[in-house]
Design a protein around this ligand. Structure first.
Ligand code: F6R
Length: 612
């Protein structure tokens, strides 16, 4: 949430900042702004709306300088307008600040500043921070770095920030607590950003800042310390990320590209970890916690949104194959409800970004309570990967579309592998079932490729329901989370109200909503509850509801009942989430496109929810 970018070096900073902001726009698109320093003078431009609006605003201006910062905002404090856009300047013009996070004690700091004669132009907590730094700087006659460090000791809350001091214009000061920040190391130049995507086209040498660390960067050197002034040695890591992976590559939207990448991303996720010959699962990232997993009395999966849906699939599979009790918790609820955790519990945190504030807080709490914490994460080097003692990366590649697609299927793939491995280690899964499942997992990418070639069907059905105002999604067992995920995809990108239910729950209330205008998407592939799902379809039809059924190829029973069928190739029931989600993703995508919605950047949303 909110994207931050900074540059210092010998190049023209403006294009680097604008391109960087475009790469980071998925983190927020309420407003964008930049500040460049040239000849000790600041040029600050900010504009409500997307980065393209800022570009239009600055097109005719002569903006110069080799040092600058930029910000794309997801509004927390104050409306998304020009005034509240970052960068924010302190009252006497000494400091310019961009910030991602929330200053929780801003009201108290604001009051103190008011008592000292400060006034404010915006409604943001960031402006309070800029002025707190300035007050300390002017009053204490200290260096800019010390003023920032002292100000940060007074802050309660989360921040990733970059600060320019106009009196010390040849440096950028960057600090982090809770909101991510990375530094790219070039030749006599440094890049700062919320994640590596704006940096990777310039350098793959990356330093990840940890919480409560501060970096002071000139074009020639970087010094790293804690905010309490202990010197640190920067650890430069080489990041393996191709620029093509973060571009649209000819697709109309990132979301479509990412849906189409799923045969590859699933394959990348199990490659080297699931072998057919001999049939085996190897999850090297879990080696140091195998004893804990073998003895665990309970597994708790914590996550948010789509990752929580993947967690629900994991619950079903781990209980089925390994017979370990599993609970799936919304990270936001878990962390605030004094959960009962013991050291015999294993917590699995699932997150695409690895930066979701609630998930990270849940992880920290579980560790403090003595549990073993494992991460399933897509972003290399993210906070989650550093807060957990073991983990498995989903190798889905960068996910830029705000609506999660390939991350979900990669998370389900990892959870499937974990459930198989635990089932085998606990001797709850026969060799035959273990082998059959691994062999079938290998076939999933081809089955998805086949599904993707049926996109004209999804487009056609989408065209019939693009004007719907509501939609119900139903599924049973391991397909219930797929119903939830299908509903989430539709509502978040097309703004059609959609709800997912376990199919049998419909009778306990939601059936009252069914009439001839209500599309009901039902996932009805063959498993042990197939007959029951057929009955659920009958119940909807008896009330004149419209049935869009996701079925196995050649299913004539449901074809006779449903208004539309979306066929998927047969697979083992436990692996069906990986195939049945594809038509639902594309159905939502085409509806959103036909409704003229901004598919990659849905309103009010941002990827990577780094605030609570
Ligand atoms: C929905 C979506 C969100 C995320 C959620 C968790 O399409 O993208 O619901 O799944 O914000 O994000 P991560 O997985 O990054 O923790």
């Amino acid at each position: 949430m909110c994207g931050i970018v900074g540059y210092i070096g010998n190049k023209d900073a403006y294009p680097i900042l604008i391109n960087g902001l475009k790469r980071l726009e998925y983190r927020g698109y309420d407003s964008a702004g930049i500040a460049l320093i040239d000849n000790n003078k600041a040029q600050v431009y900010k504009k409500q709306g997307k980065v393209s609006e800022l570009e239009k605003e600055t097109a005719t201006k002569k903006i110069t300088g080799n040092i600058g910062i930029g910000h794309t905002r997801w509004a927390t404090h104050g409306l998304p307008n020009d005034i509240n856009a970052h960068p924010h300047m302190s009252m006497n013009g000494k400091f310019i600040v961009i910030h991602n996070g929330i200053i929780e004690n801003y009201a108290r700091l604001q009051k103190k500043l008011c008592d000292r004669g400060y006034s404010f132009t915006s409604e943001t907590d960031t402006e309070i921070l800029a002025n707190t730094i300035e007050y300390i700087y002017l009053k204490g006659k200290v260096s800019a770095e010390l003023a920032v460090r002292l100000a940060l000791t007074k802050i309660i809350g989360a921040y990733g920030l970059v600060v320019i001091c106009i009196d010390e214009p040849n440096q950028l000061i960057a600090a982090r607590n809770g909101s991510p920040l990375v530094i790219g190391v070039g030749e006599k130049e440094y890049f700062i950003a919320s994640d590596a995507t704006p940096i990777i086209e310039h350098t793959n040498r990356i330093i990840y800042l940890n919480d409560k660390e501060i970096a002071v960067v000139t074009k020639n050197e970087l010094s790293l310390k804690t905010i309490t002034n202990d010197a640190l040695i920067p650890m430069i890591q080489e990041l393996n990320l191709d620029i093509e992976e973060i571009e649209k590559g000819g697709y109309d939207h990132f979301m479509l590209k990412e849906i189409y990448e799923q045969p590859k991303s699933i394959n990348d996720t199990f490659r080297g970890r699931a072998s057919q010959n001999p049939p085996e699962i190897y999850l090297g990232g879990l080696y140091n916690v195998f004893d804990k997993l073998d003895e665990a009395e309970r597994i708790i999966i914590v996550a948010c949104g789509t990752s929580w849906h993947a967690g629900l699939v994991g619950e079903y599979l781990i209980e089925e194959f390994a017979r370990i009790p599993v609970e799936v918790e919304y990270a936001s609820e878990f962390r605030y409800r004094n959960p009962i955790i013991s050291k015999n519990d294993v917590i699995i945190a699932v997150s695409q970004s690895g930066e979701t504030a609630d998930t990270i807080a849940a992880v920290k709490m579980a560790r403090e309570l003595g549990a073993t914490v494992i991460g399933i994460c897509n972003v290399v080097g993210s906070s989650l990967t550093r807060e957990t003692e073991a983990g498995v990366y989903t190798h889905a590649g960068p996910e830029i579309g705000v609506a999660s697609t390939k991350a979900f299927s990669a998370q389900v793939t990892v959870l499937t592998m974990i459930s198989l491995l635990l089932g085998k280690r606990r001797k709850k899964l026969s060799e035959k079932t273990y082998t059959t499942l691994i062999k079938e997992l290998y076939k999933i990418p081809d089955k998805i490729t086949q599904l993707l070639s049926q996109n004209e069907t999804y487009k056609h059905v989408a065209s019939l329901y693009k004007d719907a105002t509501n939609c119900i999604y139903l599924g049973r067992g391991v397909l219930f989370p797929v119903a939830l995920e299908g509903a989430l995809k539709l509502k978040e990108i097309s703004y059609i109200h959609a709800e997912g239910y376990p199919a049998a729950e419909m009778k306990h209330g939601p059936i009252a909503l069914i009439d001839e205008n209500m599309p009901v998407v039902i996932i009805a592939t063959k498993d042990h509850s197939y007959e029951k799902v057929v009955s659920n379809i009958q119940e909807v039809k008896a009330r004149k509801g419209i049935i869009i059924a996701v079925v196995n190829e050649g299913d004539t029973t449901i074809a006779k009942l449903a208004d539309h069928v979306l066929e998927v190739p047969e697979t083992l029931p436990e692996l069906a989430p990986l195939t049945t989600i594809i038509p639902l993703q594309l159905f939502s995508y085409y509806i959103a496109v036909m409704r003229g919605c901004n598919v990659d950047q849905p309103r009010n949303l941002a990827k990577s929810v780094t605030v609570e």
